[in-house]
Design a protein. Structure first.
Length: 311
């Protein structure tokens, strides 16, 4: 593989300064299937006005994607296996490392629901309180007992530490999240954490990632010699955090069952009594290999390339 030019480093490595990504709503492109090396960036907001306006000199549009297929999260007395998590965003880089961020319309963070072990019985039963014991007696149907938990964004990440992305044992950033619990008895507004009092995750690499560079054609086809696009891949790093506190539940059963969920699960739970792990995370940074060569239309060319990769 050919050596990486300074211009390429401007287009890709500077993207690390943007990993303090917003998890808020933004104008962007919906998820789709993309060809070849474009595949991880299926929610990159390439059509957002700020991305399209990047000129390749003063501003450079970049896509970032980070995902993990499995992991666990422990909240108080409850440990849950997590499913696939995916963080994506667009970044507008500026001279000196300053950056602005653009999230997809559904938010930068998405995650598969995970099942709470034991369901509602595990969360609340048995109980000597009439209102709870009455619910417990009805939990003979698996659908009534089943409780899913989904990690959702609850604010903008902060405290980004670029050097921590290359190393182990240092928090990379702070990510505010809340945990959405769903069950017919709990209703649809049962959360652990809120946007005003979120769970603050501070993931760090517990194992070091491996680094590679892929150069590929505009439509995603690998092309080491003349590809218009470049992608850095940081692969295989386990990440974790055991420092965060967890607030109590709210909105469960219109608020009437908050105390029951909190009592059985041991919430609120102080810092040091909780934990999260993400197994074998993979993070990608992608932008035109020569951003300045596409000036003054780098952002529009990035969008054009992205659309040409649609399957």
């Amino acid at each position: 593989m050919r050596s990486v030019s300074n211009r390429t480093r401007v287009g890709l490595l500077a993207a690390f300064t943007a990993f303090s990504a917003v998890l808020s709503t933004g104008s962007a492109t919906a998820a789709t299937q993309l060809n070849g090396d474009w595949a991880p960036f299926d929610r990159c907001p390439v059509d957002a006005p700020a991305m399209l306006a990047a000129d390749g000199h003063n501003t450079i549009a970049t896509c970032i994607a980070s995902s993990s297929a499995t992991g666990t999260i422990t909240l108080g007395k409850t440990k849950v296996s997590t499913g696939h998590t995916d963080l994506q965003l667009g970044v507008i880089q500026r001279p000196g490392g300053a950056a602005s961020l653009v999230a997809p319309p559904e938010g930068a963070l998405t995650a598969d629901p995970a099942e709470i072990p034991g369901g509602l019985i595990g969360l609340m039963c048995p109980s000597g309180i009439p209102v709870v014991s009455g619910i417990c007696r009805q939990l003979t149907d698996n659908n009534l007992n089943r409780v899913t938990a989904t990690i959702e964004p609850a604010g903008a990440p902060r405290d980004f530490n670029m050097s921590a992305a290359f190393s182990t044992g240092e928090p990379i950033l702070t990510i505010p999240v809340r945990i959405h619990l769903k069950n017919p008895f709990l209703g649809d507004k049962c959360y652990i954490g809120t946007t005003s009092n979120p769970v603050l995750l501070k993931p760090q690499n517990t194992t070091a990632p491996s680094l590679s560079l892929q150069r590929f054609s505009a439509d995603g086809t690998p092309n080491d010699d003349e590809g218009e696009m470049g992608r850095y891949t940081f692969d295989g790093a386990d990440q974790g955090d055991a420092t965060f506190a967890v607030p109590g539940a709210s909105g469960c059963g219109a608020g009437l069952l908050d105390w029951a969920v909190n009592l059985k699960t041991g919430l609120p739970s102080a810092a040091g009594k909780n934990g999260v792990t993400l197994d074998a995370t993979t993070t990608y940074f992608g932008s035109p290999y020569d951003p300045a060569g596409l000036a003054p239309d780098e952002g529009r060319k990035l969008s054009e390339f992205w659309h040409s990769a649609k399957r």
